[in-house]
Design a protein around this ligand. Structure first.
Ligand code: UD1
Ligand code: CA
Length: 464
């Protein structure tokens, strides 16, 4: 069995994106462009993988944390042929086949790559390339064939004659070739063309000249080979991939009430019988349990949600954990470090941050809970604020089990309320309260009878 190596070209700036971010780092459904193609190629279990980077090399490298690839720096981007040739040193003493692809083709399927490798080996070819037939071939290299349909070469759009531009069969930019042939042929490629670049597709004509077998494989679904060169194509890619992700989850038993407005990153996972309403964005490493209800207008990033959780309308969460049976929202904001146990209720206009909240505890209205630990079965009244920041440092609040915090309470941290504490409404608490105690602020209630009438009369007199 021949060994397989992979070269992924990702050194270009992507000028047509008009971006300071390297093209291959633009995310598609939450994952940088180049990682899509890399994941697909990896599924063929290659022996070696080389990533050719150049523009924004450091940033590209940071986007891939595993160290199972060789990084090849192409200092100057002199063309795709030059990119592959720069990877030669990563394939010292490598006698197998190379799968060469670009970082900008996210929809390519593993089955297509597999079929190419199989075909290549069966035909004992020196090179096999993927082609597609497009209604709008603009921008792609065109496949040249003789009268009998035999392959003769590839011409780039910019070098093509008007007649050649009418050809609808294009080069998909994915190749399988014997390493020995590819590197030898590349050393013969020149940059005598419109763009002054070393074109990888030129190895096709070189191979044919040498009498080698060069094969083509047609891609089934042309969408697969679409490259991203512009923001418009990026949006198209996002939409296409989004639709296939949504379809995957529906097939897995998740209800999407409006797939058109449901955005699920490729990295997300969802349990079955969960029902998702419109305008939902599930991002990053979000994991949703089974039988959850998401009413709609929800924006989750890296949220771990247990089974049977109900997210009511309009909830924003990032880096949170929510256990089984919790009810959140409407209009709640759960910030990083929020960790809710089972059956917690977080209601409207409640914000949490670094908040560890025990089973069955409720904070249903207009509250800020920051840097706080709360026990079980505690009730946080409307308008409670943890004052965790004095302008210099953040301090923690600790609240025990079965505590009743009255409405309009401010808790000035650092502070601890023991179990079973009662906080009277409208209190400002600055000191620790022992378990089982009632705490309130001393203040006198005053009533002035007839005051309103007097005041109104006085104000009327003035306005004349
Ligand atoms: C290329 C092919 C074209 C094919 C199309 C399919 C060439 C000359 N043309 O055109 O026949 O139809 O892909 O999508 O190959 N890159 C480098 N270093 C470089 C230049 C490019 O790493 O010096 C990388 C880019 O980052 C990109 C990939 O190679 O990921 C392809 O380059 P791009 O400029 O997008 O080629 P196309 O013009 O699309
Ligand atoms: Ca391209």
């Amino acid at each position: 069995m021949q060994e397989l190596g992979v070269i992924l070209m990702a050194a270009g700036q992507g000028t047509r994106m008009r971006s300071s971010l390297p093209k291959v780092l633009h995310p598609v459904c939450g994952k940088p462009l180049f990682l899509h193609a890399l994941t697909k190629a990896r599924e063929l279990r290659p022996k070696r993988v080389a990533l050719v980077i150049g523009y924004g090399a450091e940033r590209v490298r940071q986007a891939y944390s595993a160290n199972d690839v060789s990084w090849v720096i192409q200092e100057q981007q002199l063309g795709t042929g030059h990119a592959v040739l720069s990877a030669q040193k990563a394939f010292d003493h490598f006698e197998g086949d190379l799968l060469i692809l670009s970082g900008d083709v996210p929809l390519i399927r593993t089955s297509t790559l597999h079929a190419m490798v199989e075909h290549h080996r069966r035909q004992r070819a020196a090179l096999t390339l993927l082609t597609a037939s497009l209604d709008q071939p603009k921008g792609y290299g065109r496949i040249l064939r003789d009268d009998r349909g035999a392959l003769t070469g590839i011409v780039e759009e910019k070098d093509a004659t008007d007649e050649q531009r009418k050809i609808r069969e294009v080069n998909a930019g994915v190749y399988v070739g014997s390493a020995r042939f590819v590197f030898a042929a590349l050393s013969k490629v020149t940059n005598h063309n419109q763009q002054g670049e070393y074109y990888l597709p030129d190895v096709v004509a070189i191979g044919l000249d040498q009498g080698k077998i060069v094969e083509t494989v047609r891609v089934g679904d042309a969408c697969e080979m679409m490259g991203v060169n512009t923001r418009e194509e990026l949006a198209f890619m996002e939409k296409t991939l989004r639709e296939s992700i949504n379809q995957k989850w529906m097939l897995a038993g998740v209800t999407l009430k409006d797939p058109e407005t449901t955005y699920i990153d490729e990295t997300v996972s969802i349990g079955k019988d969960t029902v998702i309403g419109p305008n939902t964005q599930l991002m990053g490493k979000t994991v949703i349990g089974e039988r959850c209800r998401i009413d709609g207008s929800v924006f989750l990033t890296d949220a771990l949600i247990g089974d049977e959780v109900h997210l009511r309308f309009s909830v924003v969460m990032s880096s949170c954990r929510v256990a089984r049976g919790a009810i959140i929202g409407p209009f709640a904001h759960l910030r990083p470090g929020t960790d809710l146990s089972a059956d917690v209720h977080i209601g409207n206009f409640v914000e949490t941050k670094e908040a560890k909240i025990g089973e069955g505890t409720k904070a249903n209205h207009l509250t800020y809970l920051g840097d706080v630990t709360i026990g079980c079965d505690t009730n946080i009244g409307a308008g409670t604020i943890t004052c965790n920041y004095d302008g210099f440092h953040k301090y923690r609040t600790a609240i025990g089990d079965r505590v009743q915090v009255g409405s309009d309470t401010t808790l000035v941290a650092p502070i601890k309320l023991g179990d079973d504490v009662y906080v009277a409404t409208a209190s400002t608490i600055r000191h620790d309260v022992p378990a089982g105690a009632l705490v309130f602020n001393q203040r006198e209630e005053q009533v002035r009878e007839g005051w309103t009438e007097q005041k109104r009369r006085k104000m009327k007199g003035r306005s004349k």
